[in-house]
Write a protein that binds this ligand. Structure first.
Ligand code: BYC
Length: 314
């Protein structure tokens, strides 16, 4: 057995016995690479995810809703920063990762390439998108890489607030006028299927799942988590009178789980390749933010360099 094979064997044994992998531990280059890919995509999703919701801060229907939305958007920025920091422990700086995003070479969640057309969309995002994120991230809070798992624990707590405020918006609208009910239903009609796509392709079409499951980066496959989300969400929809836009949706008494329809995978791949409704707009917003904020970065760098020189001269 070669030295690398021995290290790989010990690494897998550590994972199998539930010991966390920490930044200074030996790890296969592929583990590092896969985690960097997945975590940076996640960090980018948090940052890009601020855009569709940030759009509605000035138009929130009450002060209470405005405060909650500002806090939520701010939380997403924090999530992005935790995850960029955790990704840096694998050896790639956030500047390199952000550069790839701005050059259109990095992925982020499909869901943020859909427009937010009215206030009900903010409710639907909190309820469905954060709901899907919680199902996925509760699993990731037990992932094998320590810094990612620890970031997820805090993030999940905050996502729970987001989910509740989203569901409350939907419940209030479903208790409102005929027009408000129609708006809430329309938002769910548009966001339901893209939310199911957030879990990624079906296991049989997921190139990364098998290895990530072996390394316990993922604790469950994409299909299992998607089903868990559906089983949790459908009763919530029924409780407030929302109809899930799926003619095939049916409760199966034997499996105690819902049967459901077909995802339009062509739409999914089209969106993640950059051809969704808002991909160009989202990327341009991040490029503008980077360019407009550059003077702040330059000023902070100049200040720290001046301070360093002063210290050296003293
Ligand atoms: N969107 O082999 P697969 C949030 C890509 S933010 C875009 O299954 P994997 C929130 C995938 O990257 C939520 N691309 O991959 C924020 C791969 O492409 P590459 C973000 C997707 O990694 C603000 C290819 O398809 N959460 O909650 O095993 C406000 C094949 O896929 C997507 C995370 O990022 C997608 N949905 O599994 C509110 C969680 N799905 O890299 C809320 C962390 C797949 O080969 N990530 N692709 O070019 C994960 O759990 C996993 O990476 C995924 C995909 C389940 C997403």
């Amino acid at each position: 057995m070669s030295e690398t094979e021995k290290l790989e064997k010990e690494f897998q044994e550590k994972i199998d016995s539930g010991i966390s992998i920490e930044p200074k531990d030996w790890m296969p280059e592929m583990y590092r690479k896969q985690l960097t890919r997945m975590m940076s995509q996640h960090a980018h999703s948090e940052i890009v995810g601020m855009l569709p919701e940030g759009n509605w801060i000035t138009r929130a229907p009450s002060l209470r809703r405005k405060v909650a939305l500002i806090a939520k958007v701010q939380d997403e920025a924090g999530h992005g920063l935790y995850i960029y920091s955790s990704t840096e422990t694998l050896g790639t700086s956030r500047y390199e990762l952000i550069d790839l995003l701005l050059k259109g070479k990095a992925k982020y969640s499909n869901i943020f390439n859909y427009p937010t057309l009215n206030w009900a969309d903010i409710g639907a995002i909190g309820w469905l998108v954060d709901g899907a994120a919680i199902v996925n991230q509760t699993m990731l809070a037990k992932t094998s890489y320590g810094p990612y798992a620890r970031a997820m624990i805090r993030i999940c707590k905050e996502e729970n607030f987001h989910h509740k405020q989203g569901y409350e918006i939907m419940a209030d609208m479903m208790n409102g006028t005929k027009e408000q009910k129609a708006m809430a239903q329309d938002a769910v009609n548009r966001f339901w299927w893209p939310s199911l796509m957030m879990f990624g392709p079906s296991d049989k079409d997921s190139p990364h799942s098998a290895q990530l499951l072996k390394w316990k980066v993922k604790k469950h496959g994409n299909d299992f988590l998607r089903q868990r989300f559906i089983d949790r969400t459908v009763p919530q929809a029924e409780a407030i009178g929302i109809k899930i836009p799926d003619e095939k949706l049916k409760y199966n008494e034997e499996t105690r789980s819902y049967e459901w329809g077909d995802i339009d995978w062509e739409e999914f791949y089209n969106v993640i390749k950059g051809n969704g409704q808002c991909n160009k707009e989202r990327l341009q917003a991040r490029i503008d933010a980077e360019e407009n904020g550059k003077w702040v970065q330059d000023a902070a760098t100049a200040y720290s360099e001046k301070k360093k020189l002063k210290k050296e001269a003293a």
